[in-house]
Write a protein that binds this ligand. Structure first.
Ligand code: AMP
Ligand code: GLY
Length: 431
């Protein structure tokens, strides 16, 4: 039996609750710590009062608690170099270096990598001033996509239906709507097709498929209204057939790993490819350098393999030695419950009831923005709960997830009632 180790998980979202839930099941896990965590994570892990921006404090904590693996959930600490500083101090961290995290941190960086290594993606140009960007937009015409180069919490992208809307988005970027992230702009061809995500576990040289998913980014039913961090997701993505998965691995993931290696910035961690399935084949929309949130909440319940073993192998460059991960046959679906007003302004502090009832009925309830207060769970963010269920197909997983939602009493919250709709219509046709 391999040695047990103490693990520190960094983050506080539904993604980290799902990771904590899965890490804790590993026979390799001794004590699991999480910083800063939330009310749900507190049931799986010891909460550490640590500020992830203070890398020296994180390193001191790792020394004191003899941490054998640090799992970094969100992109911000990765882009800020937490994995580099931990490695320099001799700790094993799961997640890419700051240099490799540019795949998410700079859209221009990723587009240039795609151009150099022939990775299929939308045609593009990079601009550092508004007049040139607008001239290009007028020449090219609409629809066209305008992106702030840097991290903008998922809000830096405008799919513009007209040249005027594109020019407005360009002005917003250069006038500082996204701060430093908008100092450079990428203008892209608008791709048409269905979107899906593919997750690959990478150790710098080798990539292992770690599941597929589809999410719902818009706040409103029928995928309408403003973009959010994600209102729900399901896995696997039925549209990604084995043939398409093989094509994405061979044409997109493998050349990306090779390109990053050639640039001296080997990618270790989770490479999350946002894909558009176009008439001419899958194209990369963007990379993220971490698990998706809420996609992680549907991947973890399906994963049978030991996550600690997989993460250690990725972090130490030995993925070739691990077996292909095993998965449950079922589909997982998660519905996000958010505070009314999200993704705009919302209130915190309302009491949430019925979580235990939802769990007793068979749902997995992953917490995002929650905190424990006087014996109750209260809302403490925009996206608050992820009510998750497994089923034989999307239709069945959806019914079980909404049964969980209906057990929860939270008048100040809301959710979409149609998560999974794109996959359900074809299932009904087959039935
Ligand atoms: P991103 O933040 O890059 O994932 O973009 C957010 C969303 O904008 C994506 O999920 C797509 O729906 C859309 N999008 C981004 N780039 C393109 C593109 N080139 N063509 C069409 N839609 C896009
Ligand atoms: N659900 C989208 C993301 O995690 O970026």
């Amino acid at each position: 039996m391999a040695e047990k180790l103490n693990i520190l998980l960094v983050g506080s979202g539904g993604r980290e609750h799902a990771l904590a839930w899965k890490l804790r099941q590993s026979p390799r896990c001794a004590t699991l710590y999480c910083a800063p965590g939330n009310a749900g994570i507190a049931q799986e892990a010891e909460i550490a009062a640590l500020d992830a921006d203070d890398h020296a404090a994180v390193i001191d904590f790792c020394r004191e608690k003899e941490i054998g693996l640090v799992v970094i959930g969100p992109e911000a600490p990765l882009v800020a170099g937490l994995a580099d500083d931990l490695a320099a101090a001799g700790f094993t961290a799961f997640g890419p270096s700051a240099a490799a995290a540019q795949l998410e941190g700079s859209k221009g960086f990723t587009k240039d990598l795609c151009a150099e290594f022939d990775i299929p993606t939308a045609a593009y140009q990079r601009f550092n001033n508004a007049p040139k960007a607008k001239r290009y937009v007028r020449e090219t015409g609409a629809p066209i996509v305008i992106k702030a180069d840097g991290l903008a919490a998922g809000k830096g992208v405008t799919v513009a239906e007209s040249v005027e809307a594109a020019c407005e988005a360009i002005d917003d970027c250069f006038e500082g709507a996204f701060g430093e992230a908008g100092a450079e702009v990428v203008v892209e061809e608008c791709l048409v097709g269905e979107e899906a995500s593919l997750f690959a576990l990478c150790d710098g040289q080798t990539a292992l498929l770690l599941g597929t998913a589809q999410d719902h980014k818009r706040v409103g039913e029928g995928d309408t209204g403003p973009n959010t961090g994600g209102m729900g997701a399901y896995s696997p993505a039925p549209i990604l057939t084995q043939e398409l998965i093989d094509e994405v691995m061979a044409e997109i993931i493998v050349p990306t790993l090779a390109g990053m290696h050639a640039r001296g910035m080997p990618f270790r961690g989770i490479l999350y490819a946002g894909l558009m399935l176009t008439e001419t084949g899958p194209k990369l929309i963007e990379y993220n350098v971490r698990f998706g949130d809420p996609e992680c909440q549907v991947l973890m319940p399906r994963l049978e393999a030991d996550l600690v073993e997989l993460m250690l192998a990725a972090a130490t460059g030995s993925l070739l030695e691990v077996d292909e991960p095993q998965w449950r046959e079922e589909t997982a679906l998660t519905v996000v419950m958010a505070a009314k007003g999200y993704p705009g302004s919302y209130e915190k502090g309302s009491v949430i009831g019925g979580i235990g009832k939802a769990e007793a009925g068979g749902a997995l309830v992953f917490h995002a923005g929650t905190k424990a207060e006087g014996g109750s769970v209260v809302a403490n963010g925009g996206r608050v709960l992820n009510v998750t269920a497994l089923g034989a197909n999307v239709t069945e997983a959806q019914a079980k997830a909404y049964a969980g939602i209906d057990a929860i009493h939270w008048p100040q919250g809301f959710c979409r009632r149609d998560i999974g709709w794109r996959a359900i219509a074809p299932e009904n046709q087959r039935a």
